[in-house]
Design a protein around this ligand. Structure first.
Ligand code: PLP
Length: 397
């Protein structure tokens, strides 16, 4: 339930779901229609080339499943691997952890490389493990492009280079749930075999669409493996999508929303979308520095342009800051998850967002910290972000 005691807009600054642009809300306000009508393909067919552009692929297949990102993890592995197959994954946050957990539940053998939370994928460790795997038993490497729990972005091109250096044939599966459509993603250039994303973050839609793409290598892997799948079968989708239909009932309003989302992204231009996210994130990071606090990301190279996880000083409870922000100021901040629960709060800065909106969240976080006794200088975070934004206004970028 939204905090209805405070009039005005709820400030939604969790890292997904993100704000819905009015254009998308209007586009989704449609009557029900026959998803097997002769004109339905006119809506469906153009969605795939649009999605492929966002994923950075000419060669891959794009998929739209009625599901969320978690379903994408499952679709990736069940379509391509058999129970008992080995995969290599690094754990450095709640989402990389959950994908590992899902793989185990699906009967895969997961070689887990533990990494400090606040860091990301380490290509050297991946290269080492692949070189040691002389018999090529590792079938896939799982990478998390943007670890939403800690605000960490990993270098997927470097992961690919590590795999190539090891001359290992494993496939590369990437979680891009909180990066795609906000941070540049180059599926073909980086040799990614499966990329998983969801509708509720950079695509500015409600949750409900699993948006993903697979390389021909990943699709071919499905022909011989014994992974159990039915709902997520790539082949059923490919066969129906070719004619502009789905194997089962799609969410028609969400498809209209996706059409609008792609229009919005392409009107702004994907490069500008990525620049805007970086610019907004820089303001947020300047605020954190001015507060005298630290990001959960251990080094600047890990900084995420879609979410900043802010570590509260020792002895303070980040959950209280989040509660105060919500109850007093109608501001929804992201919670600290699992290992960082109570230690961090997160500001999501992705999707349909501009400088003044983010300044509102920074101001609210600042007030909520002060209310909880955290000694930040009033106005310092806002002033620091303002300086970043004034030095380089969005429209001139
Ligand atoms: N992966 C990442 C990086 C995420 O941030 C999330 C959700 O926040 C997920 C996967 C899971 O996606 P969903 O909640 O759409 O199932």
């Amino acid at each position: 339930m939204l905090n209805s005691r405070i009039p005005g807009k709820n400030f939604l600054f969790v890292p997904g779901p993100t704000n819905l642009p009015d254009r998308i809300v209007r586009a989704m306000s449609v009557a029900s229609e026959d998803h097997r009508s002769p004109t339905f393909p006119d809506l469906v067919k153009p969605l795939f080339p649009g999605l492929k552009k966002v994923f950075g692929t000419d060669k891959g297949h794009a998929f739209i499943f009625p599901a969320s990102g978690t379903g994408g993890w499952e679709a990736a592995i069940t379509n391509t691997l058999s129970p008992g197959d080995k995969v290599l994954a690094q754990r450095f946050g709640q989402f990389s952890h959950l994908w590992i957990d899902l793989c185990k539940r699906q009967g895969l053998e997961v070689i887990v490389q533990e990494r400090e939370w606040g860091t990301g994928n380490d290509p050297e460790l991946i290269e080492e493990a692949l070189k040691a795997d002389k018999n090529h038993e590792i079938k896939a490497v799982l990478a998390t492009h943007n670890e939403t729990a800690t605000g960490v972005t990993s270098d997927i091109a470097a992961v690919r280079r590590a795999m190539d250096n090891a001359k290992h044939p494993a496939m590369l599966f990437v979680d891009g749930v909180s990066s795609v459509a906000s941070i540049d993603f180059k599926m073909d250039e980086w040799g990614v075999d499966v990329i998983v994303s969801g509708s509720q973050k950079g695509f500015m839609l409600p949750a409900g669409l699993l948006l993903m793409a697979a390389s021909q290598k990943a699709i071919d892997a499905g022909k011989s493996n014994k992974g159990r799948r039915a709902y997520f079968e790539f082949q059923d989708m490919i066969a129906q999508n070719a004619n502009g239909y789905f194997p089962y009932t799609p969410s028609v309003p969400l498809l209209y929303g996706l059409k609008e989302s792609l229009s919005i992204l392409f009107e702004e231009g994907l490069d500008q979308v990525y620049k805007r996210h970086h610019h907004l994130a820089e303001g947020c990071r300047a605020a954190v520095a001015a507060w005298g606090l630290k990001c959960c990301a251990k080094e600047p190279k890990w900084n995420s342009d879609t979410v900043t996880a802010i570590v509260v000083p020792e002895g303070y409870d980040a959950a209280k800051v989040i509660e105060t922000a919500y109850k007093r100021y109608n501001l929804a901040l992201g919670a600290g998850l699992s290992e960082v629960a109570g230690k961090v709060f997160r500001i999501g800065h992705l999707g349909d967002l501009n400088e003044l909106m983010l300044l509102g969240a920074i101001a609210g976080a600042e007030m909520a910290m002060l209310d909880n006794g955290i000694k930040v200088t009033p106005g310092s975070g806002v002033a620091a972000a303002q300086a970043v934004y004034r030095a380089n206004p969005l429209l001139k970028m």
